[in-house]
Design a protein around this ligand. Structure first.
Ligand SMILES: [Cu+2]
Length: 158
């Protein structure tokens, strides 16, 4: 069985384009926090246009500590678990959203109020760190309203 491969995949020629960041961060957002809540969560979508990489750290001046978390369904109970990195495969967007991966903000220095913003810095295994501005959306905001998101979060911690 001999066949000529007539169509070669067109290779993108944009790779060499100077300082364009290989990792694109889109739609960062956080939920407003009620009252004196000390924890919050931020979400965003990561698209890696370069080589495979890993998100290995998150930090923000808005909170004493930020961690990468994943919400898991443990026999019907939603729990959160810290994950030490998130693998980024080329051109496979990874979306952090309520009910899944999220950036947990612990020890908030002030409540997150709708309409405000805060900076969030992401650290990667290979790409240079990137800081994005995260707008705070309404408490009820969610990409998916599954009721299993962060609603019960304070009690679920630890
Ligand atoms: Cu969490």
């Amino acid at each position: 069985m001999r066949r000529l491969l007539l169509l070669l995949p067109a290779l993108p020629l944009l790779i060499a384009a100077g300082d364009a960041p290989a990792i694109q961060i889109s739609h960062p957002w956080a939920r407003a926090t009620p009252g004196a809540a000390k924890t919050g969560a931020a979400y965003l979508t990561l698209t890696d246009h370069g080589a495979a990489d890993r998100l290995i750290g998150v930090s923000t001046p808005a909170a004493a500590m930020a961690e990468l978390h994943k919400t898991i369904d443990d026999r019907g109970t939603m729990k959160m678990r810290a994950v030490d990195h998130l693998t980024l495969a080329p051109d496979h967007p990874v979306t952090l959203a309520p009910g899944g991966y999220h950036i947990m903000l612990m020890g908030l220095k002030a409540p997150l109020k709708r309409g405000e913003t805060f900076p969030l810095t992401l650290t990667f295994a290979h790409a240079p760190p990137m800081t994005v501005t995260v707008p705070v959306e309404a408490i009820g905001a969610s990409g998916v309203s599954d009721g299993s998101g962060m609603g019960g979060m304070p009690g679920m911690h630890h």
